[in-house]
Design a protein around this ligand. Structure first.
Ligand SMILES: [Zn+2]
Length: 234
């Protein structure tokens, strides 16, 4: 027998004890390059919101902030492969999966008429302590993936999630939590002026944080703000 056979045997042996598991369903996938199995890929619940004006995510922000366009690429469904995938991205140290899902978002965002007008993307910021503990910001790795398929750049460290400020320490703990608008800050206001910005988030539920960031960007004279998340909670 030639050497390649021996290597195949070694790979098969390793695979037996260290199987390569799908992030969506934990089934063993033989393709070492794949992050998600074919069945899970087929099950992903696309919303098609990116092609739809007045879609449910846009309606969520009506009367709260002035946005150009909003969409989510997938419906967030509990106990689904997508929920597992998001769990892997957020809590299981799998930034490569975040980049991969960002690639899919980017391919879908090409259907957005306004994508070509976007100057840059901004990831929704994490609290610095949380980002340090996680090792990365999941919205930032999604941006990395979107950039890979759309060539739209993204900027980290423009939009920041604050530590408690002096004004916040005067408030009660509950008021601080409720006053989400004061949680965010822009490090370089001149960078956002007259720019068309796409805010990227992982999951939109109430939209409170995204709304606060969009309003902050508009207050700092951004030309327009659009929003896109990986998933949307129905
Ligand atoms: Zn799977």
């Amino acid at each position: 027998m030639k050497w390649p056979f021996a290597i195949d045997c070694k790979d098969a042996f390793l695979h037996l004890f260290f199987p390569h598991l799908c992030a969506g369903c934990s089934s063993d996938i033989l393709d070492e390059q794949a992050l998600i199995c074919t069945a899970c890929m087929r099950s992903l619940p696309f919303t098609e919101f990116e092609k739809m004006e007045n879609n449910p995510v846009e309606k969520l922000f009506w009367g709260r902030t002035k946005i150009q366009h909003a969409s989510s690429i997938f419906y967030f469904i509990t106990d689904s492969p997508l929920q597992e995938i998001i769990h892997h991205i957020k809590y299981k140290n799998n930034p490569a999966l975040g980049v991969y899902m960002g690639n899919i978002m980017g391919l879908r965002l090409k259907n957005m008429l306004s994508i070509n007008k976007i100057d840059f993307m901004l990831p929704m910021p994490l609290h610095p302590k949380k980002e340090y503990a996680r090792g990365y910001n999941q919205a930032s790795v999604l941006c990395q993936g979107i950039q890979g398929t759309t060539d739209t750049p993204y900027l980290n460290n423009i939009l920041l999630r604050n530590f408690n400020t002096d004004t916040q320490t005067k408030k009660s703990r509950i008021e601080r939590w409720e006053n989400v608008a004061e949680v965010f800050e822009i490090s370089a206001p001149s960078a956002v002026q007259e720019k068309h910005i796409l805010l990227i988030d992982d999951v939109i539920t109430t939209g409170a944080s995204t709304e606060a960031c969009a309003n902050l960007l508009i207050k700092n004279k951004a030309a327009s703000v659009s929003i896109c998340s990986l998933a949307y909670t129905i």
